[in-house]
Ligand binder design. Structure first.
Ligand code: ZN
Ligand code: ZN
Length: 278
């Protein structure tokens, strides 16, 4: 039973870089990154990876009981964060208005051109969806006013070609997204700690293991230990580790989660379908 002010948080995709399925990945799922927050007043989605398709199917199944407007906050335009967009069925027939916010790059022409390319020949068969999209490119420090109430404020992450995290505030709750991010640049790490301070839920990049990270310098991702360090310093109440490497099996991630929980009990490794009420 939820109260009218509750926020339901749902994971639709927790994989990084590319879809990765198979019987050894059933628990955490193969879909790439997508999360939603929903209240009685509306919905916010963060990123439109392949998990965004499953969100669309779920909304279609709800019939008339679905939000009229969804604010979609993009962290950046890498393919694993936007590839679900052309397959979001509620866009067909315009049954949902999608307002897309991308704070990086700040160039709104590049933002529009990239999505248009994704949803038009020869990449995708038609342009029919695109006219229904409402694109906004807030500058760093500006806040997006959300249809469900509250605000979303972007902040800088360390990622190739740039990326921005989001601090979402609604009804006294704070949910922050800080993936995709490569820890280790003090100025950016400290900016994230300030921007996500006292989050009820903080989403961190846990792509690599301690053994892998050195060989992946400059690829724009972190380990769960680095995410935990940011979460601890920011005073996060709960940390959700995400962007699982495509090679990682369920057994691998369960072992990582077990080890991480020995350091802090308030850590969960994101599974497709995982929900919490905030
Ligand atoms: Zn990514
Ligand atoms: Zn990326």
């Amino acid at each position: 039973m939820t109260n009218s002010s509750d926020i339901t948080f749902t994971v639709w995709g927790a994989r990084g870089s590319i879809f990765s399925g198979g019987p050894e990945r059933l628990e955490f799922g193969g879909d790439t990154t997508c999360f939603t927050l929903e209240t009685e007043r509306g919905m916010v989605a963060v990123d439109a990876g392949s998990g965004f398709r499953a969100l669309g199917q779920s909304l279609m199944a709800r019939g008339g009981d679905r939000p009229e407007v969804i604010d979609l906050l993009l962290t950046h335009l890498h393919l694993d964060h936007i590839c679900g967009l052309p397959f979001f069925e509620p866009l067909l027939g315009g049954s949902i208005e999608l307002r897309i916010w991308n704070a990086n790059p700040g160039d709104s022409d590049l933002f529009s051109d990239t999505l248009q390319c994704l949803m038009s020949p020869p990449v995708f068969p038609s342009l029919t969806y695109f006219d229904g999209l409402n694109l906004s490119a807030p500058k760093a420090g500006m806040a997006a006013e959300l249809a469900m109430g509250g605000t979303a404020r972007p902040f800088a992450l360390n990622h190739p070609d740039g990326a921005s995290g989001w601090r979402i505030e609604c009804g006294g709750r704070v949910i922050s997204v800080a993936s995709d991010h490569e820890a280790g640049q003090p100025q950016i790490d400290n900016g994230i700690i300030e921007a996500t301070r006292d989050s009820d839920l903080l989403i961190c990049d846990a792509t690599y293991t301690d053994d892998e990270i050195a060989a992946r310098a400059g690829w724009g991702h972190s380990t769960w230990r680095q995410g935990l360090e940011i979460g601890k310093q920011a005073g996060a109440k709960h940390i959700l580790m995400t962007h699982h490497d495509p090679e990682r099996s369920d057994a691998d991630i369960i072992a990582m989660e077990k080890e991480a929980r020995q350091h802090a009990p308030n850590i969960t490794f994101a599974r497709s379908g995982w929900q919490c009420i905030l």
